[in-house]
Write a protein that binds this ligand. Structure first.
Ligand code: NAD
Length: 266
């Protein structure tokens, strides 16, 4: 987990969706700390204002709030228009907004399933499309990092919409990566394991449940939002200039099948 600052993103303009708390907020802090001008999105302007006040100032210009729902086409157009106009361009898109609704799969409602898909899949597709339209016209070699989940790989019973949505974004990223590789536009995915964010307050704030969650993770602890932001930074930077269409799992070893740490099968 790094708390260092640098000028590695100086002059770069970054739009981050779902930046009012959790991983998105950590990403905003990360990019601003490393010199980028950021546009922070979320649904509630007030929460974004609180985040904005805490962001380090940068030489490239003021950070900007672009509130709006990323599941709505009209709202996405406005988010991108304001981001690009105010910052004078866009270099990096972080598709982070996402949510989940638990339910036994036999009881899942169509509204809940479609609601999750609308934000986690359609929202990512529409944001990528908006960025591409700008980058192709402006001749920018943009970079996209999508925040997926270990559940793009590991099934998550009782979270059917969430599992389906994260599997889908993996293929959106791989398809777009191939389609635009020759034009220097890169798409990659970060797939977090269990991370300490407000979405997980139920187990983060309960010592017994926290211990239970940690026991399933090979590194025996959940991750911090800043550790996901570090990985996003790598995939958005020149240090990953030859990487596209890939998923970087940031999960303390969760996708290594922890049950096999001790031999039980032969
Ligand atoms: P969070 O609930 O703390 O934050 C989610 C952010 O997305 C908030 O700012 C919220 O306002 C925003 N958001 C939700 N719906 C939106 C919409 N329609 N339009 C605009 N903004 C919207 O969640 P988090 O834990 O920080 O998760 C962020 C991302 O990381 C999600 O995509 C999630 O699936 C993924 N993820 C999280 C974990 C974890 O353990 N926390 C693990 C794997 C993946």
């Amino acid at each position: 987990m790094s708390t260092t600052s640098s000028k590695r993103f100086e002059g770069q303009k970054v739009l981050i969706t779902g930046a009012s708390q959790g991983i998105g907020e950590a990403a905003a802090q990360y990019f601003a700390r490393h010199g980028a001008q950021v546009a922070i999105n979320g649904r509630k302007e007030e929460k974004l204002r609180t985040v904005l006040e805490t962001l380090p100032k940068v030489s490239g210009g003021e950070h900007v709030i672009v509130a709006g729902d990323v599941s709505q086409e009209e709202s996405i157009d406005k988010i991108f228009q304001k981001s690009i106009e105010t910052m004078g361009g866009l270099d990096i898109l972080i598709c982070n907004a996402g949510y989940q609704i638990p339910s036994p799969s036999e009881d899942i409602t169509l509204a809940d399933f479609e609601g999750v898909m609308a934000v986690n899949v359609t929202g990512v597709m529409l944001c990528c499309r908006a960025a591409l339209r700008y980058w192709l016209k402006a001749g920018v070699k943009g970079r996209v990092v999508v925040n997926s989940s270990v559940h793009q790989l590991i099934p998550k019973p009782h979270y059917l919409g969430y599992s389906a949505s994260k599997g889908a974004v993996d293929n959106i990223v791989r398809t777009l990566a191939l389609e635009y590789a020759s034009r220097g536009i890169r798409f990659n995915t970060v797939a977090p394991g269990a991370i300490v964010t407000p979405i997980n307050d139920s187990w983060v704030k309960d010592p017994e449940q926290y211990k239970a969650v940690a026991s399933h993770i090979p590194m025996k602890r959940p991750g911090e939002s800043s550790e996901i932001a570090d990985a996003m930074g790598f995939l958005a930077s020149e240090e990953s200039s030859y990487v596209t269409g890939q998923t970087l799992y940031v999960d303390g070893g969760l996708t290594l099948y922890g049950d096999f740490e001790k031999n039980w099968s032969s």
